[in-house]
Design a protein around this ligand. Structure first.
Ligand code: URA
Length: 433
């Protein structure tokens, strides 16, 4: 087999066989296919696409390029959730404890922040003492004991994806639906869960900017998962504005805890309840209505909060800050952004807010940058609200006073105030199964 012929075949719009795809991924990971040939192939996929069989074959090949996690040491059905990434997305910290308290195990590998989006692992590390790197045995022990564990991704999970993603990033081939589907689903298949709920974000703070593209991506991923024998569903959720009010690591943990206490913002609470009930549904916990009732009761009874405390303690974290979030270390500097005119907030550019939060120290500038866990933004006003000149729109938090000016400028540019109230957008646009 020659890579040249495979590039030519795809360039001409033909489908590759499973064997050809397996050959290409194996040889690429072994360094026998150079980046320039793989780049040409990726660009051909960008223009010509891949059919269902090719996408599944490529996902399987990429998944098998590294460790395939075997979760059979954990009893019962294990359900995972994957978000395509957003701003203020702290849902894992809310729904994993809800689902675990309803008797479904959550053995989850999460990521760090990427670009303007935050990552669950960084948020968890805002809890003093919290360990997110556990070996297999300890990971299983924590899940068996507490019902859940969230850790960072193992170093050798789908190494072919790491190489391909880095290449896509510099060859303008990231925003291809089949390539995104392969990238996400290869890591999900390698992570070994029985069921996977996908939270495909859509809007200004998301990777997919339109509902149509998000649905197309969700369909592709659900079909890959089902063909690989997994129970699958996807929700298309709104990421046109940040979720909840808090952006930034410890600020988001605080808001997640408030939500588990039943005092969270309405949008975050509703999205979490829908995600959690869909995970319970995938795990066979009853009808959609019964699963919703289970999820609501897990918050009302305090059972979900207890699960979070148990996991935090089992992973070495200080549960005092979960029980009393006011004990979280506070940023020494706070700056208020005020409305410059009267009107309605018609739009909040979520990506801009995420960048402003990262500029305050909540995200990394380079891979080596240290995160300021106290940094971030609390939104006091969100889309649809009426404001008067001088009203506080948001509070910006940081440990480095010199970071305010540029971050505040960025934040102000992300808020749009106009005379007419905007149309209300749904929180969840669709469910794809
Ligand atoms: N997230 C991933 O893991 N891969 C992509 O290609 C896009 C988003």
């Amino acid at each position: 087999m020659r890579m040249y012929d495979l590039i030519m075949k795809k360039r001409n719009g033909e489908a590759l066989t499973k064997e050809e795809i397996q050959y290409m991924i194996t040889e690429y990971v072994d360094g026998k296919i150079p980046d320039y040939q793989m780049s040409a192939f990726l660009m051909a996929v960008y223009f010509k696409g891949m059919n269902e069989e090719e996408t599944l074959a490529m996902t399987q090949a990429v998944a098998h390029s590294g460790d395939m996690v075997d979760l059979s040491g954990i009893e019962g059905m294990k359900v995972d959730k994957h978000s395509t990434g957003g701003v203020g997305d702290k849902t894992t910290l809310v729904i994993a404890p809800i689902v675990a308290s309803c008797g479904v195990k959550v053995a989850k590998m999460s990521g760090r922040g990427l670009g303007h989006t935050g990552g669950t692992v960084d948020k968890m590390e805002a809890i003093p003492g919290m360990r997110t790197s556990l070996d297999r045995e300890e990971f299983f022990d924590v899940v068996n004991k507490t019902g859940l564990s969230v850790i960072g991704q193992s170093g050798n999970l789908a190494p072919a994806d790491k190489k391909l993603y880095a290449l896509r990033d510099v060859t303008a081939t990231v925003d291809s639906i089949p390539l995104i589907a392969v990238s996400i689903m290869s890591k999900k298949l390698a992570a070994g869960n029985d069921g996977i709920l996908l939270d495909v974000k859509t809007g200004s703070g998301a990777f997919m900017k339109t509902v149509e593209d998000s649905i197309a991506l969700a369909k592709e991923m659900v079909s890959i998962g089902e063909n690989a024998g997994k129970k699958m569903a996807a929700l298309i959720t709104n990421m046109d504005i940040p979720l909840g009010h808090n952006i930034g690591n410890s600020l988001e943990v605080i808001e997640a805890v408030e939500t588990l206490k039943g005092k969270g913002p309405a949008d975050l609470t509703e999205v979490c309840l829908q995600l959690a009930s869909n995970m319970l549904y995938l795990a066979g916990k009853g009808t959609e209505e019964a699963c919703r009732a289970l999820a609501e009761n897990a918050i009302r009874s305090g059972a979900a909060l207890e699960r979070l405390v148990a996991m935090v303690e089992a992973q070495g974290g200080d549960s005092e800050v979960i029980l009393n979030p006011e004990k979280f270390e506070k940023a020494p500097y706070v700056y208020e952004v005020k409305a410059e005119k009267d009107g309605y907030i018609t739009h909040i550019d979520a990506e801009g807010c995420g960048i402003a939060s990262a500029m305050l120290g909540a995200g990394r500038e380079t891979k080596e940058s240290e995160i300021d866990y106290t940094a971030g933004i609390i939104l006091h006003k969100k889309t649809g609200e009426k404001v008067e000149k001088g009203d506080v729109l948001a509070a910006l938090y940081t440990s480095k006073e010199e970071l305010f000016e540029a971050a505040a400028e960025k934040y102000k540019k992300s808020i749009f105030i106009e005379e007419e109230a905007p149309k209300k957008e749904p929180l969840v646009y669709a469910r794809v199964t």
